[in-house]
Write a protein that binds this ligand. Sequence first.
Ligand code: HAM
Length: 423
Amino acid sequence: MSAPTPAKKELAAIKGTKDILPAEVGLWQKTEAEAKRLFELYGYRELRAPIIEATELFEKGTGESTDIVTKEMYTFTDKGGRSVTLRPEYTPSVARAIIEHRLDLQLEPLRFYYIGPMFRYDKPQKGRYRQFHQIDIEVFNEKDPAIDAEIIEMADTLLTTLDVSGTETLVNSVGCRACRPAYSKDLRAHAEKVRDALCDDCRRKIAANPLRIFDCKIETCREQAARFPKIGAYLCPECREHFDKVRAYLGLFGIRYRVEPDLVRGLDYYTKTTFEIVSGGLGAQNSLLGGGRYDDMMKDFGGPDICGIGFAMGMERLISVLRVKPDKRRFLYFAFMDDEGKSKALELARLFRRSGRECLLEFGLKNLKNQFGRANKLGAAWVCIVGEDEVRKGRYQLKDMAAGTQIEGTAEELLDIIRDIKT
Ligand code: HAM
């Protein structure tokens, strides 16, 4: 067979985006189903927000000094003259939805999850896409450090369930509005001293938000940042106590972690706890998930003064480290002889599908032999033969392809045999 002709360049998917083809989708569906099942066990419910939001939401939420807002957003003016943005992350959307629908006044716990695409115009590389998918969870109105530890435990459980190994959990505290100004002041003074050794972008960050220098990927800036003072020494008693308790609860869960004093995370909204789970198998983009507390976002949005915490896991990165295989599908292939057989097979397939069995009929094949050949190649678990004799007698042949055995029966009898076999 000749190699397929490559699609014309102008018809290819745009840079940094990719198709997830059926061969891979099984793994995505399995992962998504596992995540949803687990989150529901912890009392989370799905909240689906729009992909497109007012640009201002991310400027206010994600933060004006972040790389995301300054460089990476897919922002455009719509036909009504509004500036809109394809969401680069999910957290601000959830906060907006709570305020908009006054979910805080309802009885249900404010615990949400969502799985879907995000958009960031960054330089594509292994594990970094312009359209990527996140599994996101958010909790609101829980001040207690136990929730910080519980969501890390939930992430850890998800990874364990999916048999992901070789990860490391990093935690830190980035303080709050009471203790961070003193830290920022000292950081700014330190950065000012080494201004000439920093890139243009980091020089700009000295005035705007020196914390963001830690996000720079340039080696010389990283070397400088490694010598900067650490936030840990500046935490106020409340933030320190909170962090101590988070760590104690992580100990209670038996979660191994490392305190990473430089883990400030590239989003402006974090207060107190920040964390990441990194994986050695990922290469340079090693962060499998990241999250933290954001106690001021809701009130900064003009909503109720309730705190928030959450994390997001990168689906592409997660899938790339999975060793589990999607379940093999056990389906029934109908092989029919002539038009009468075709009509009968259509009827039978409808009956079998209604009781939950995957069935396949293909209409362009010449004869039973061709159909058998296809069923074999496709890996059908069974073939149901609907030949002339079978149609006349109302009794059909069912061949178990793995065992090589064949039995005869009415539609109902055959259905009884394969109905309860696990897919
Ligand atoms: P983030 O660290 O920007 O946090 O992203 C979370 C995860 O999304 C990363 O750890 C990574 O796995 C994945 N990710 C990010 N950018 C890309 C990309 N360009 N290509 C592929 N994967 C990517 C947030 O987004 C916060 N909203 C997390 C959060 C929720 N904090 C509190 N609640």
